[in-house]
Ligand binder design. Structure first.
Ligand code: HEC
Ligand code: HEC
Length: 282
């Protein structure tokens, strides 16, 4: 009987036995008393089917414990657990908060290698279940991140349209431009609008600029998305664009990507996974 070696267990067992014995004794005593006792004193006026009630004073012990429980309940609710002082959940949240603060300050200015390895770690835990360990989207279950966030992907978005992130402007319709015009405007976006400042087709930038008005209608003249009405293309191709996707979530063809703004990732982790994901698309 190993568990009897534990003091607390042994004490609990002893207590339980004592309660059982006392209860048996008290129940026995009252059962006996009910058979022999005769009531006395003044009867109250009311009776129910001939059963009346004596006008006896409340037992003082009972009255005190009754008032005591009310006082205790008020104390417990106002100053004790529910509204004040200690809770395990509160303690847990407090600890998470303080560790996150420590984490954020430790990695306030991470170097590139740190950012990438942290980003890969976050990706494998939070994103790989849908996007696959290599980010290939697991046969179109989620976006193929190797083909996303680059110049070709802009062309694909223009030709196929884009939807699912619930921007105030709604959807971007498919077929806004033909493929050649889309390539030109994609070159312009990469070289002039986005912070990437580099296009794979620099020769197309000029003709792309002439077509930008089609896009500016929704994304704004500066491409910044008109205060959140459409995606901010000035960070397209950059980690920030991925972080913005984490804020909006996305409805896909098969499933939904949740919003990651519920505190499960710190800002440093978001920036890290953003940097990692934008490095997947070349
Ligand atoms: C529950 C599944 C799921 C998880 C988890 C998930 N995603 Fe997604 N993600 C999707 C789906 C579905 C799409 C939309 C694909 C489509 O358009 O068909 C998507 C799209 C994307 C896109 C492209 C957005 C666009 O505008 O086209 C990016 C970038 C992305 N996810 C990054 C991430 C990152 C980073 C994580 C981890 C922090 C992550 N996702 C976690 C399912 C998921
Ligand atoms: C009718 C308004 C509208 C027009 C016009 C428009 N867009 Fe969009 N665009 C949107 C919206 C809304 C989204 C976000 C869709 C979503 O993911 O929910 C978007 C998304 C995008 C994306 C991101 C796709 C992704 O993978 O997340 C790119 C890139 C883009 N637009 C480029 C362009 C370019 C270039 C043009 C000009 C040819 C253009 N857009 C014209 C409204 C528009």
């Amino acid at each position: 009987m190993n568990w009897l070696n534990d003091n607390v267990n042994a004490l609990s067992l002893l207590g339980a036995a004592a309660i059982l014995i006392l209860s048996a004794f008290v129940i026995g005593k009252y059962l006996k008393q009910m058979k022999t006792d005769k009531g006395s004193g003044e009867l109250a006026k009311e009776n129910w089917d001939g059963i009346g009630e004596y006008k006896n004073a409340l037992p003082i012990g009972w009255a005190l414990s009754f008032v005591g429980t009310i006082v205790w309940a008020a104390w417990y609710f106002l100053a004790g657990y529910p509204l004040g002082s200690y809770s395990q959940l509160g303690e847990y949240n407090q600890e998470v908060k303080s560790f996150n603060t420590k984490f954020e300050s430790k990695f306030a200015n991470p170097d590139k290698a740190t950012l990438m390895s942290m980003g890969e770690g976050v990706f494998l835990v939070q994103c790989a279940p849908c996007h696959g360990v290599t980010g290939d989207g697991m046969k179109a279950k989620a976006a193929n991140l190797g083909k996303w966030g680059n110049e070709e992907a802009i062309v694909a978005s223009i030709v196929n349209g884009a939807k699912g992130s619930d921007y105030p402007l709604g959807e971007m319709p498919a077929g806004l431009l033909d493929v050649d015009s889309a390539k030109a405007v994609a070159a312009y976006v990469m070289q002039e609008v986005s912070v990437v400042k580099k296009s794979k087709n620099p020769a197309l930038v000029e003709s792309g600029k002439a077509l930008w008005a089609t896009c500016a209608a929704c994304h704004g003249e500066d491409g910044k998305g008109m205060a959140g009405s459409a995606p901010d293309l000035s960070v397209y191709g950059d980690a920030k664009f991925v972080v913005n996707v984490l804020g909006t979530g996305k409805k896909g063809f098969i499933g939904n990507m949740p919003k990651f703004n519920d505190g499960r990732l710190t800002n440093v982790q978001k920036a890290a996974v953003g940097a990692y994901v934008s490095s997947l698309a070349k």
